[in-house]
Design a protein around this ligand. Structure first.
Ligand code: URA
Length: 236
């Protein structure tokens, strides 16, 4: 995980500090150092954790693994100044690979959203073959009719405009208009479309968990880094 030596111009540009050509200016000004010794050459290979810029260690030279409580009313688009990315350090938007959410939640959905710049991890979380469970708390407009749980479990429910039925999903009934729905795939507006196909309307939607991760202790709009135990295992 980038713990091996890396060219300083590559390192600073992928972390969003500046372009590769601008690195030369930083080096000429003596602002970049390893063990307090200024670096001079853009091609120098360095261990990311040892580098300082203006005396400060680099901001997360390793991949980012973030658990975020998405509030209602924010979009997941990169290009919306009022969207979720405004809740994170500005430089992270310039990182390459891109710092992005693991799937998306609608503007009017709240809850658990993961963000990362580790493409392999993102893939393992969203690829259908890994079938990672996502649990949603759903408030419905009309009372349940009684057939919903069996229909969802059967794996036969077809959403409008789709050729393949939804994967089997679990429904836990909390009240006549409130359920917990656990899905093992992610499709566009999936929960809202599932209940539309079942003849109901979603009034409020909140994602409570993704895999083993929950929002415990995180207020809307707040985020935290995953702990070492929660992050994917580091390679050799
Ligand atoms: N399903 C939806 O309909 N919306 C979401 O935001 C997530 C899942």
């Amino acid at each position: 995980m980038n713990a091996s030596p890396e060219r300083i111009d590559h390192l600073l540009s992928r972390l969003g500090y500046c372009s590769r050509s601008e690195v030369r200016d930083l080096l000429r000004a003596g602002r970049v150092a390893v063990d307090a010794v200024p670096l001079r050459h853009a091609r120098a290979k360095v261990l990311p954790s040892l580098v300082t810029l203006d005396g400060a260690p680099l901001d997360h030279p390793q991949p980012l693994y973030i658990l975020y409580h998405k509030p209602l009313g924010k979009v997941c688009a990169h290009d919306d100044a009022r969207g979720i990315y405004a809740d994170f350090p500005e430089r992270w938007r310039l990182r390459r690979p891109c710092f992005a959410s693991v799937g998306r939640l609608d503007k009017e959905t709240s809850g658990l959203l993961l963000l990362t710049d580790d493409g392999d991890w993102l893939h393992r979380l969203i690829a259908p073959r890994f079938a990672v469970p996502r649990r949603y708390r759903v408030q419905l407009q009309a009372p349940l009719q009684g057939h919903e749980a069996a229909q969802l479990a059967s794996g036969t429910l077809l959403l409008e405009g789709e050729k393949h039925p939804c994967r089997p999903a679990e429904l836990a009934v909390l009240g006549d208009r409130e359920v917990l729905l656990t899905l093992r795939e992610g499709r566009y507006h999936e929960v809202r479309r599932i209940f539309a196909a079942l003849g109901n309307v979603v009034m409020a939607l909140h994602r409570e968990s993704y895999g083993d991760l929950t929002l415990a202790g995180l207020e809307p709009g707040a985020w935290r880094e995953l702990t070492r135990a929660e992050r994917p295992e580091e390679g050799p």
